[in-house]
Design a binder for this molecule. Structure first.
Ligand code: TXA
Ligand code: MG
Length: 365
């Protein structure tokens, strides 16, 4: 059974000692809660895949407290020699601008990292998290920590300790409770290519535009690189972040859709089903009005929630996964979720829309 532990000095020391002995601990980060294990201990890494029921073709991100000391140089997890001068300079600039923070850089791996961590790829994802509890645990354990989001594979990432309990409560010994994750969506994953090129593998907490401004060049976008043995591209699995109920994504914000353009989506809602609606903005009367409008079209009960009263994207990102979980519980067994996309596809709105699109993607058998 899982223990929920305060992240005070004692809690952090306890987490660090579990991690050093090869156990797993869920820790808060600024993006989402991570399921941490010693990245240099094959047994611990194997336990991460087992606890999440994660397929081994999907590689893990390795978190370090100090990039220079733990990732670069001899004994580091990155093979610096395989970075050309332009890429090395670029990594330096990105590290200075965005670390500690919600950026993951995919870099050439050294032999310190096992094939299990990287799914046999010759690169490793590296992140220096900003959350004080994550940093304290990294420092106290003294090892790099592999940490995917602390959810079962394919499900919504946890942004509170209670979500971790719901996902993995029967599988891991401990979660450090650091409250709600302040960013709310996962890190932006960027692969560093030769000659200082960059490929955006996953939009996330750091806006792609901010990375491009620092890099002084555009990133290649949305190109899903094939994984080993033709497996789905790492991080690019279509169905992901899925709530328990089916989620339908509107083609445009609700206010822009007339009855005719809503019809093809609402046709997928079973007669009389409870409908949970996720809006990007609005409060009070605006939500009640959306509920009335949709109820008149579906004939069933409708509950509308918004991510942020003012439609602020940072507030929206912070609320996204919690709200999806709450709506999911609210509509119950036979319910259906409906979500509107964020207007425009830049910054955190890009990350929000990416997660909604994946939550709406057809699910495997
Ligand atoms: O914000 C985050 O990144 C959180 C917190 C806990 O740090 N972690 C997280 O990990 O979201 P995870 O495993 O749920 O997502 C990491 C993504 C995966 O989709 C994986 O495929 C991709 O990063 N990734 C990791 N290593 C990679 C590599 N070497 N090449 C390409 N993609 C990689
Ligand atoms: Mg994940």
């Amino acid at each position: 059974m899982i223990e929920i532990v305060e992240p005070n000095t004692r809690g952090v020391a306890l987490a660090a000692s579990l991690l050093r002995s090869g156990e797993l601990v869920a820790i808060p980060t600024e993006t989402v809660y991570g399921l941490a294990g010693n990245a240099l201990d094959e047994g611990a890494v194997a336990r991460i895949f087992a606890a999440k029921e994660r397929p081994t073709f999907d590689p893990l991100i390795v978190h370090v407290a100090d990039f220079e000391a733990q990732a670069l140089g001899p004994g580091g997890i990155v093979d610096e020699a395989r970075l050309d001068a332009a890429s090395r300079a670029l990594v330096q600039r990105l590290a200075e601008a965005f670390w500690p923070g919600p950026l993951t850089l995919v870099l050439p791996r050294s032999t310190r990292v096992s094939d299990l961590v990287t799914s046999g790829l010759d690169t490793v994802g590296v992140r220096v998290p900003a959350h004080p509890v994550a940093r304290a645990v990294l420092e106290a354990s003294g090892v790099p920590l592999a940490a995917p989001s602390a959810n079962r594979f394919g499900r919504i990432s946890p942004t509170r300790a209670s979500h971790v309990v719901d996902e993995l409560g029967d599988r891991i010994p401990m979660v450090l409770d650091g409250g709600a994750s302040p960013v709310g969506v996962e890190s932006t994953v960027v692969r560093v290519e030769g000659g200082g090129g960059l490929t955006l593998l996953r939009p996330g907490g750091v806006p792609a535009e901010a990375i491009e401004a620092v890099a002084g060049r555009e990133m290649t976008r949305g190109s899903a690189t094939p994984g080993p043995a033709g497996a789905p591209a790492p991080g690019m699995l279509e169905s992901h972040y899925a709530p328990g109920r089916p989620l339908l994504l509107l083609p445009r914000p609700l206010g822009e859709l007339d009855q005719r353009s809503l019809a093809p989506v609402l046709a997928q809602v079973p007669e009389g089903a409870r409908l949970g609606v996720l809006l990007q903005g609005g409060s009070g009367d605006a939500l009640r009005e959306a509920e009335r409008r949709l109820a008149s079209l579906t004939g069933g009960p409708v509950r509308a929630w918004s991510l942020s009263a003012s439609g602020d994207p940072a507030e929206g990102a912070r609320a996204l996964f919690t709200t999806l979980r709450e709506l999911d519980a609210e509509v119950g067994e036979d319910g259906v979720l409906l979500a509107e996309p964020a207007e425009g596809d830049t910054g955190l709105r890009h990350a929000i829309n990416d997660r909604l699109r994946r939550a709406a993607a057809p699910r495997g058998p």
